[in-house]
Write a protein that binds this ligand. Structure first.
Ligand code: SAM
Ligand code: SF4
Length: 341
């Protein structure tokens, strides 16, 4: 390791080893956004109108995505890849990408709003998809419409059933909770999960909404979520490993749930994740304020060694952790759907 001209840490491009940052965290988990577009307009994520989409030529092709993933898997033993967006299901021929990535031998997952999943779950499973997270922020049709600005609750519920029927496992439900909006549904979600045999993960509202309406008062804190559930179904905490969610199993043996407490219980110490945006920018944190332009490198004929060196340098400069809920916090320029949640 040495200091570059700009004073930044640079690495000499060694490959075939752990992708480790300067705090000793080893990275094995890649999150890939494949589009910034979406068929929903969730209030905590996108404005109702006025999003500007990336021009198609700036999106990485499936071959370009596979190449970057292959570098990470073959050189740094990445074992987990999740596809996200925007809404990944709106990108054409998704099973083609799933097949390419699953052939790398990684644990492959997707995060989707589930609206078009009913007709696609089996094809995705057949292409090699293993796990799925489906976002669902209300079980009440009117509230679902207010939150997503789409009248599609029934289609999402059908998508969840289709994912289970296709053998995707585990099926997890992502629910973003906001005070005064859907915080009264915590127990309803838990009952839903136990009944369907799916695991609910509650997510604290993060300051990455395009409308910049986030405030700490709107965050439903992990402690309040746990209190609400404990009143109805006692549970026990289990080891988290590198999972961003704190995990709990119910004491009666029926199911489990998780909480992603980005705001009130930050988990940066054990972070093993890096990210690739739909336009080929490599990021070392959801909240990072800088990116490495791998698309430009790919399209300028970079070798795998050169890509690997840029990745090693970026990870070497990864910060200790984000500053959400702290005066030092600087919002990234892109919102959640543009980075890939
Ligand atoms: N469209 C897909 C979906 O909704 O599942 C994938 C992309 S979405 C950006 C990924 C996850 O981020 C979803 O579970 C969504 O609820 C969550 N999310 C979006 N904006 C958020 C915010 N401001 N705070 C917390 N979670 C957010
Ligand atoms: Fe679309 Fe997902 Fe954002 Fe909702 S959370 S607007 S479904 S990208």
């Amino acid at each position: 390791m040495s200091l570059g001209e700009s004073g930044e840490t640079t690495y000499s491009g060694h490959v075939g080893s752990d992708l480790q940052d300067s705090f000793g965290r080893v990275h094995r988990d890649l999150r890939i956004s494949i589009t910034d577009r979406c068929n929903f307009r969730c209030a905590y994520c996108m404005p109702e109108e006025g999003m500007t989409w990336l021009p198609r030529e700036r999106l990485l092709t499936y071959e370009e995505i596979e190449r970057i993933a292959r570098v990470l898997v073959e050189r740094y033993d990445f074992d987990s890849i999740r596809l996200t967006g925007g809404e990944p299901m709106v990108r054409a021929n998704l099973p083609v990408l799933v097949e390419k990535l699953s052939s790398l031998g990684v644990d492959l997952a997707i995060t989707t709003n589930g609206a078009t999943l009913a007709g696609a779950a089996q094809d995705l499973a057949d292409a090699g998809l293993e796990r799925i997270n489906i976002s669902l922020d209300s079980l009440q049709a009117e509230r679902f419409f207010e939150l997503t600005r789409r009248d599609e609750l029934d289609r999402v519920l059908a998508g969840i059933d289709a994912a289970v029927a296709a053998g995707l496992a585990p099926v997890k439900i992502n629910a973003v909770l906001m005070n005064g909006i859907n915080d009264d549904e915590v127990v309803d979600f838990i009952e839903f999960g136990r009944e369907k045999g799916v695991s609910v993960r509650f997510i604290e509202f993060m300051p990455l909404d395009a409308d910049d309406n986030w405030s700490i008062d709107r965050v439903v804190a992990q402690a309040d979520i746990l209190d609400a559930i404990a009143e109805v179904h006692p549970f026990t905490a289990v080891a988290r490993n590198n999972d961003p969610a704190n995990r709990y199993v119910f004491d009666d043996g029926i199911g489990d749930f998780g909480v992603i407490a980005t705001v009130t219980d930050q988990f940066c110490d054990s972070c093993d994740r890096v990210r690739l945006t739909a336009d080929g920018q490599f990021r070392t944190c959801l909240f990072a304020t800088d990116e490495t332009d791998l698309r430009a490198m790919l399209r300028n004929g970079a070798t795998d060694d050169e890509l690997a060196e840029a990745i090693v340098t970026a990870v070497g400069n990864k910060w200790a952790g984000h500053q959400v809920n702290n005066v030092l916090f600087i919002r990234p320029k892109r919102s959640m759907s543009q980075i890939g949640g």
